[in-house]
Design a protein around this ligand. Structure first.
Ligand code: DC
Length: 220
């Protein structure tokens, strides 16, 4: 079992389609880490709220729906997935065009972020309990708000054309530029390169190179 002083917390932030998920999953495999995709947390809450018939403008209704939601976790290989009342939504529901179009609006609501803050931090304890060598968490505010104290914080970026081509290859309808604009300009936990984080341009490297570079930088 890894001792607590060797347990690593690695944060990976960046805009849509910069390569956060492939990089995080690859590092989780290589370094025996638990992987958490916090974008899927916002997608899960978005699905639940839309499924209850509310939209992001109905703040009181959204708060009531959030109060009734019980968060749970399902571990699937190296990935910890968020469930609501023990049910983890299908990936196809989390990545539907409707959720792609709405998720940034819900992610800008402070109550939505508050609902996830302690839960996301608690996943480090879960990873320790489950005897992973560390936790790798990807998102928009992980190195700035969720784990600002983490020893290893990275911010991935890539030009818009590269990112659009990646989404098209995945067959997804996604307004990357519009989502990034909302994520960067919102008041609550905006998308920023955290102070002191290492910036990596993924358009200049293959996935293996990015994984190799990060592995080297964290000294594993
Ligand atoms: O990584 P993704 O595209 O699945 O994320 C979906 C949305 O969730 C993204 O547009 C912004 C929001 N998000 C966030 O606000 N904070 C995070 N830590 C992760 C995602």
């Amino acid at each position: 079992m890894p001792s607590s002083n060797t347990f690593k917390i690695i944060t990976i932030d960046g805009g849509a389609a910069v390569g956060k998920s492939s990089t995080s999953k690859g590092l989780a495999e290589r370094l025996e880490l638990m992987h958490v995709d916090t974008g899927s947390h916002y997608r899960t809450l978005t699905c639940a709220i839309l499924g209850s018939g509310a939209d992001a403008e109905q703040s009181e209704t959204v708060s009531k729906i959030l109060e009734a939601i019980k968060l749970s976790t399902q571990i699937d290989g190296r990935t910890a997935r968020l469930g609501i009342n023990e049910v983890v939504p299908a990936d196809s529901d989390l990545r539907s065009p409707e959720v792609n179009a709405q998720v940034s609006k819900f992610a800008a609501i402070p109550e939505v972020r508050k609902k996830l803050f302690a839960y996301q931090r608690s996943l480090a304890d879960l990873a320790r309990e489950q005897q992973y060598a560390g936790l790798i968490m990807e998102g928009r505010d992980i190195g700035s708000i969720i784990f600002p104290e983490a020893a290893y914080r990275f911010f991935l970026d890539a030009d818009e054309a590269t990112r659009a081509a990646r989404r098209a290859k995945e067959g997804q309808t996604d307004s990357i530029a519009a989502r990034d604009k909302m994520d960067r300009t919102r008041l609550a936990a905006p998308l920023v390169c955290p102070k002191g984080a290492t910036l990596i341009n993924t358009a200049d490297h293959t996935l293996e190179e990015v994984i190799g570079k990060i592995t080297h930088l964290i000294g594993s």
